[in-house]
Design a protein around this ligand. Structure first.
Ligand code: GLC
Ligand code: CA
Length: 556
């Protein structure tokens, strides 16, 4: 069970309105009490924050807004004392434009070894004033930006699959490979338990950088997984060459993971987890072959519509693909890049996943969304494999869906010509205490994004000990999951239910059975005779039936 902290928005230690490492360290006991095993921290490195820290200027130091290296050491030590592992975010596809390498590349000019660490090309057209190819950037607009030559005239272009301030590194250059291997060791030596690898599917580009006519969307370039692009693979995504990089990294991780005679690495297991937006579970499985990464986010599951058949299919195909390479499956419903599942599931079934929701957009049905989100989470946490939670989902937080557009920070909003609002709505600071300024986010009333008024009633202190609260539901689910080792169980589907029901058994060990029923249909569903309810995402009917949009775990 991995809990994602978005450092800007979890806990502010010094009252400047931005979350920081001392703030996180002080709140870590909350995560022990929640019952997770590990924390993944989104980037805290030195960064001009052009993409909220996913634009790194120094991979070996902490940005002053988040603290110092000493604060990171304290965080790691405190987490370890509490029995929590810490996974840090690694951003290898691109650096910040303020990274010394990029500054050196600008200064050194065309043909220099400094430019060879990035992807510089001459422009097309008689004066080179057309971009080298037609690729579009994920945040909108062209994926190329032109730089000035030393004499002030227009010069070469550089590639950036994301914002213009995030130049793509050239992974065909051995210097780039060596540098990141060293960065891995730097954090492993400091005690990090692993890495979440940002856009792991993007590092290698097809030779010759051929044109590609489809737009790139932030989270992969398709909304439907699997997707075949008419039999072609996009030249910037999921090229086979990326796997060589991860095989080398796995060797490094292994050297920090002494393996015993039985092949088990005991308490020393440090992991790599891929963020890879690829076209199918089969392509995803390639990232977790036994000499590559340990885990990869399962975005197919996140993208699945609230339909029983779609959910069964997503679960089955995920297992089939992961089993084919002997890796654990993972599950995830929310993160810092997508509308939170409480809000997503409050939109009509079949709605295309929006990239942010704002004023004037169709608004989610809050009560329906929360009910479905609780049922979806209870379904997810009963599945064998590893699950990733995003901060605040344990409170049932919705996205901020009506924040004023002029406070938005995500580059998506300006770069898309104000057509896609982007990801600010899921990045709003956490509410800890409902009656305090900034709802207890920090010691002042400042928050880098405004918190919706609805967050007061959802604050941690309002939910602790409240039997029907979403926080207590998560705690119960996580406690049972840990006690019964459901994450290491095996799943079989249960027959005899209507098409609109997802029903399975998780058998974590000999003789142990947990029956899980999620009812997406209108009619309440009976549970097996003699079964004992372990936990339920919402109340059962007076007759003990499972009502619509409810998940129940039973011992049977
Ligand atoms: C990943 C991150 C996202 C970031 C992008 C570029 O998708 O999750 O937040 O904008 O990579 O680094
Ligand atoms: Ca702060």
């Amino acid at each position: 069970m991995v809990y994602q902290i978005y450092p800007r928005s979890w806990a502010d230690g010094n009252g400047d309105g931005i979350g920081d490492l001392p703030g996180i360290t002080a709140r870590l006991p909350y995560l022990r009490d929640l019952g997770v095993d590990a924390v993944w921290l989104s980037p805290f490195y030195v960064s001009p924050q052009a993409d909220a820290g996913y634009d790194v200027a120094d991979y070996r130091d902490i940005d002053p807004i988040f603290g110092t290296l000493a604060d990171a050491d304290t965080l790691l030590a405190t987490a370890h004392d509490l029995g929590l592992k810490v996974i840090v975010d690694l951003v290898p596809n691109h650096s910040s434009d303020e990274h010394p390498w990029f500054q050196a590349a600008l200064a050194a000019g065309p043909g220099s070894p400094e430019r060879e660490r990035y992807i510089f090309r001459d422009g097309r057209g008689p004066h080179g004033d057309l971009p080298p190819n037609n690729w579009l950037c994920v945040f909108g607009g062209a994926a190329w930006t032109r730089v000035k030559a030393a004499d002030g005239t227009d010069g070469q272009w550089y590639l950036h699959l994301f914002a213009a301030r995030q130049p793509d590194l050239n992974w065909d250059n051995p210097q780039v490979r060596a540098e990141f291997e060293d960065v891995l060791r730097f954090w492993l030596d400091r005690g990090a338990d692993g890495f979440r690898v940002d856009v792991a599917n993007a590092l290698i580009k097809e030779a010759g950088l051929p044109d590609w006519d489809e737009p790139l969307h932030l989270l992969g370039d398709v909304d439907v997984i699997p997707h075949d692009h008419h039999g072609k693979r996009p030249p910037m995504w999921d090229q086979d060459g990326v796997h060589e990089v991860y095989r080398a990294w796995r060797q490094i991780l292994n050297s920090y993971n002494p393996i015993d005679a039985a092949g088990y690495s005991g308490d020393n297991d440090r992991i790599l987890c891929a963020e890879a937006w690829v076209d199918s579970p089969e392509r995803l499985a390639r990232y977790v072959r036994d000499d590559e990464m340990h885990q990869a986010f399962n975005f197919k599951f996140l993208q699945t519509q609230w339909r029983a058949g779609d959910l069964r299919d997503a679960v089955s195909t995920s297992f089939t693909a992961a089993d084919s390479v002997g890796a654990p499956t993972t599950w995830v419903l929310s993160n810092h890049d997508v509308v939170r599942h409480t809000s997503r599931l409050g939109l009509p079934v079949g709605t295309k996943r929006p990239n942010g929701i704002g004023d004037g957009d169709p608004q989610p049905n809050a009560a329906l969304g929360l009910r479905r989100a609780r049922a979806a989470t209870a379904l997810m946490l009963a599945l064998p494999g590893s699950s990733y939670l995003y901060q605040g989902e344990e409170l049932g937080l919705p996205d901020s869906t009506d924040m004023p557009d002029d406070v938005r920070q995500d580059p998506t909003w300006p770069r898309s010509g104000h057509t896609e609002r982007g990801r600010d709505g899921c990045r709003v600071p956490m509410p800890w205490e409902g009656d305090r300024p900034s709802y207890g986010f920090g010691p002042s009333d400042r928050t880098w994004l405004p918190q919706p008024a609805s967050y007061a009633a959802l604050a941690v202190d309002r939910q602790v000990g409240a039997p029907d609260s979403t926080l207590e539901l998560y705690r119960a689910l996580l406690a049972i999951r840990r006690e019964l080792a459901l994450g290491a169980g095996s799943l079989s589907w249960l027959g005899g239910y209507s098409e609109e029901v997802v029903a399975f058994v998780n058998e974590p060990g000999a003789g142990e059975r947990v029956v899980v029923i999620t009812n997406l249909g209108a009619e309440p569903v009976a549970v097996p005779g003699g079964a004992l309810v372990l936990v339920s995402s919402g109340p059962l009917t007076l007759q003990g039936l499972v009502p619509t949009d409810t998940t129940v775990w039973l011992s049977a």
